[in-house]
Write a protein that binds this ligand. Structure first.
Ligand code: NCD
Length: 397
C-alpha cells in the first residue's frame, strides 16, 4: 500500500479543522495525534477516569480488578527518540490495566536497518499489537501512521489506534493531558494535591476572583517556547477554558520565541496573550510573576541547535529564565510550578532548592502522567463503562 511518507503530504497539508474528524470515532478519540483534538468533553471525561483509576489502584483488590480490564490487549511502544517519563509512564499505565507491552526504541535493532520503510514497520506492529504508542523525531510521522491505519480500516484490514507520544518539535498531546490534569487537581482546593488544598476561602480574600478549575487564570510559560512541543500542546489545550490569559517569556531569539503558528492559533481562539523577554518583566506596572496563577517552566532544547544557534545561545544570558529565590518570592503563594522535565541540570532553570517549595508540582505532574495515560487507554479501547461499573462495585458510587 503506502511505502513512503510523501504519499500523505496532501492530506497533511489540510487545515487541522478539516482533518480532525478522521481521528475520531463519533465523540470518542480513535487516534490521539494533535492537542487540538482534546475538547473540554474529552478532558473532563479523561480526568474523571484518571481519578477512578487512581482510587482503585490504592488497594490490591482494586489493582487486581483494573489489571483484568485490558489483559487481552497488547501495546507497542515505538520510541525512536529519547524518553524517560513518557515511555515509563505509558508502560506503567499499560501494566495498571493489564496490557502486555513491548518496545522498539532504536531503529538500528529493527528491520529498518535492512531498508524496511518506517510505514512497513508500523504496519507490522499493527499485526502483533492492539495499539501503537509512538515518539518520533519526525514531525507529522504519527499523523501519517494514523492515515495508514485509517486506509487499512477502509479496506477492511487490521487497524489499531495510534497515540502520539511526541512528534518532532510539533506536538505532545498526552503531555498536555497530564499538565491539564495536574492543574485541575491543584485548583480543586479539596484534594490532597498540595498547594491549594482547603485554602480557597483564605486565598480568595487575598486574591479576589480566584475560582476552582482552569478558567479565569493567567498561565506563564517560560523557556524554549519555539521548540517546546509541550508548550505548544498545552497552550492549545488551554484554549478550551474561559477567561484564560497567557504570558510567554523567552529569549528574544527567532528559534526560542513563540512561533507564528501558535501565535495565530491563540489569536483565532481569542486568547489574550503577551510576550516578554524576562521573568522580571512587568505588565500594567505589576511583576508578571505576581499576576501568575500557574507557572510552566521549560528547558532550552539545545539538541535542536544548528552551529549558528549554538554560537548565539552560548553568548546568551539565560539568567532571566531561571527560577531564582527572589522570583519565587514574587510568585503567588498558591501558584503551581510545572515543568515537563527533564530539567537541565547544568543550566538549572529550576534549581533543586525549589523542590522543597509546596508549589513545586513537577514530580506529582510526572506521576499524574501514569494515571491520565491509563485513562486514555481506557477511553481508546472503549472500556470506560466497564471501569465505571468496577468503581461502583467497589465504592457504591
Ligand atoms: C518533553 C519532550 O520530550 O517534549 N519531555 C517530556 O515528554 N516530558 C520536554 C523536553 O524534552 O524538554
Amino acid at each position: 500500500m503506502h511505502l513512503d511518507l510523501s504519499e500523505f503530504t496532501a492530506r497533511q497539508a489540510r487545515p487541522l479543522r478539516v482533518k480532525m474528524d478522521e481521528f475520531q470515532r463519533e465523540r470518542r478519540l480513535k487516534h490521539l495525534i494533535f492537542a487540538s483534538q482534546l475538547e473540554l468533553e474529552h478532558l473532563n471525561r479523561l480526568q474523571r477516569l484518571a481519578d477512578i483509576i487512581r482510587q482503585l489502584s490504592k488497594t490490591k483488590k482494586g489493582s487486581d480488578a483494573l489489571r483484568s480490564l485490558l489483559s487481552h490487549k497488547r501495546a507497542m511502544l515505538y520510541f525512536t527518540q529519547p524518553s524517560t517519563r513518557t515511555f515509563l509512564s505509558f508502560m506503567a499505565a499499560c501494566q495498571i490495566l493489564g496490557l502486555t507491552c513491548n518496545e522498539v526504541r532504536d531503529p538500528a535493532t529493527s528491520s529498518e536497518m535492512k531498508r524496511e520503510s518506517p510505514l512497513d514497520s508500523i504496519r507490522m506492529f499493527s499485526s502483533y499489537f492492539d495499539v501503537i504508542i509512538m515518539r518520533s523525531p519526525v514531525a507529522g510521522f504519527s499523523e501519517c501512521c494514523a492515515y495508514l491505519m485509517n486506509d487499512l480500516e477502509k479496506h477492511e484490514m487490521r487497524s489499531v489506534p495510534i497515540i502520539n507520544a511526541g512528534s518532532g518539535s510539533e506536538e505532545h498531546p498526552t503531555q498536555a493531558l497530564l499538565d491539564i490534569y495536574t492543574i485541575q487537581r491543584t485548583f480543586q482546593f479539596d484534594s490532597a494535591n498540595g498547594t491549594t488544598a482547603g485554602r480557597l476561602p483564605d486565598l480568595s480574600k487575598k486574591f479576589p476572583g480566584l475560582t476552582p478549575g482552569l478558567n479565569n487564570k493567567t498561565y506563564l510559560f517560560c523557556g524554549d517556547l519555539g521548540r517546546g512541543r509541550t508548550v505548544r500542546s498545552l497552550a492549545t489545550t488551554l484554549t478550551n477554558y474561559q477567561n484564560v490569559r497567557m504570558f510567554f517569556v523567552s529569549p528574544d531569539h527567532e528559534k526560542l520565541k513563540l512561533d507564528l503558528a501558535l501565535r495565530k492559533r491563540l489569536e483565532s481562539a481569542g486568547v489574550e496573550f503577551h510576550e516578554f523577554d524576562s521573568l522580571d518583566a512587568t505588565w500594567q506596572s505589576q511583576p508578571i510573576l505576581a499576576l501568575t496563577d500557574c507557572l510552566y517552566m521549560t528547558r532550552i532544547q539545545m539538541e535542536h541547535n544548528s552551529a549558528a544557534d549554538s554560537a548565539a545561545m552560548n553568548e546568551m544570558d539565560l539568567s532571566p529564565y531561571h527560577l531564582s529565590a527572589a522570583r519565587l518570592e514574587k510568585l503567588r503563594d498558591y501558584a503551581p510550578i510545572l515543568h515537563p522535565f527533564p530539567r537541565d541540570s547544568v543550566v538549572q532553570e529550576i534549581p533543586t532548592f525549589v523542590d522543597a517549595d509546596p508549589r513545586a508540582m513537577y514530580f506529582r505532574q510526572a506521576r499524574n502522567g501514569m494515571w491520565v495515560r491509563a485513562a486514555l487507554l481506557v477511553h481508546l479501547f472503549d472500556v470506560a463503562d466497564q471501569l465505571l461499573f468496577l468503581h461502583s462495585d467497589f465504592y457504591g458510587v
